[in-house]
Design a protein around this ligand. Structure first.
Ligand code: HSE
Length: 308
């Protein structure tokens, strides 16, 4: 195999109650990448289409992510990347995570799959450092593994796959403004109140329980965030109105996707997600902000091969 074309999904991370430790893929948007083996042992980004990302291999998350991997696997070739960047950087739906996962997955395939899923996550996380300064796996783990995942620990890396109730759907609005993850992390307090931490832990625990018991009502009561949302929501135009519309129209919960500015809502069934999509789109159309929306099942699929 000398060439591979892959699709790597966007992801919703944090999922309200699990800052830095919860995430899932959304199937309706993702980056595409063609990776080709080259004789010369180097990394080259020969083409980028879609949203603009650096061609410099020291600045592009896709190549940053694979550098360490190549150092360790020592392949007898180099690689050329042709990137179709469909996810706008700084969108809060795992733009860098998608690109980093795509390149790690593609090279692993081209080399005959020497790495396990968890090893791929370890390398893909290196790409995340470029955009958010700290390592976090709540975008790359769901992008590579599919489904609702929980990052139990970063060091050593331990990822748990959680069950996804079958009628769980997601609505996402991506206002087209850039919020840098590094900035969105910088504005967070370094310490939290014990009371808030206790509430968050109980909410997170009941969320996980609701997945195992397929209890949508409990799931809805568990999609709360006592630590992060209040500090970041000011970065998102009309956040309170979006959340109000979602919750008044049957959403189980609604919060910031990743580090923003995207906002997600979870629903039982696709009809409610479509309804919320129409209403929130109407709100945004009159606001003057450019935006995109997505409706997706909580996808069990992570990054995948489109052609070889
Ligand atoms: N968990 C990370 C954060 C996700 O919220 O900063 C960044 O996409």
């Amino acid at each position: 195999m000398n060439q591979i074309k892959v699709f790597s999904p966007a992801t919703v991370s944090n999922v309200a109650c699990g800052f830095d430790i919860l995430g899932f893929p959304i199937d309706s948007i993702g980056d595409e990448m063609i990776v080709r083996k080259t004789k010369k042992k180097s990394l080259v980004i020969s083409n980028v289409t879609g949203y603009s990302v650096p061609l410099d291999i020291d600045k592009n998350v896709s190549t940053i992510a694979v550098k360490k991997m190549i150092e360790q696997l020592k392949p007898d070739c180099g690689f050329d990347f042709n990137i179709k960047k469909n996810i706008i950087p700084g969108s809060g739906i795992g733009s860098s995570g998608s690109s980093a996962s795509a390149s790690v997955y593609a090279i692993n395939k081209l080399l005959g799959s020497p790495l396990s899923e968890i090893e791929m996550v370890t390398y893909a996380m290196k790409g995340e450092v470029a955009s958010s300064i700290t390592e976090h796996a709540d975008n790359v783990a769901p992008a590579l593994m599919g489904g609702l995942v929980m990052v139990k620990s970063i060091s050593p890396l331990e990822i748990l796959k959680l069950p996804t109730p079958k009628d769980l759907y997601c609505f996402v609005i991506n206002p087209k403004i850039e919020v840098k993850t590094s900035y969105s992390r910088e504005i967070l307090p370094k310490e939290v109140k014990l009371k808030s931490a206790t509430k968050q832990v109980s909410t997170f625990g009941s969320f996980v329980h609701s997945l195992h018991t397929e209890d949508y009502e409990l799931l809805g009561r568990s999609l709360n965030d006592y630590l992060i949302e209040k500090h970041r929501k000011k970065l998102i135009p009309l956040f309170d109105q979006i959340k109000g519309i979602a919750l008044n129209n049957g959403a189980l919960g609604c919060s910031i996707s990743g580090s923003g500015p995207s906002v997600f809502a979870l629903t039982k069934g696709i009809e409610k997600a479509n309804e919320i999509n129409l209403l929130v789109s109407d709100l945004y159309k009159t606001s003057g902000y450019d935006f995109s929306t997505y409706v997706s099942k909580i996808s069990e699929n992570g990054v995948r091969t489109l052609s070889i």
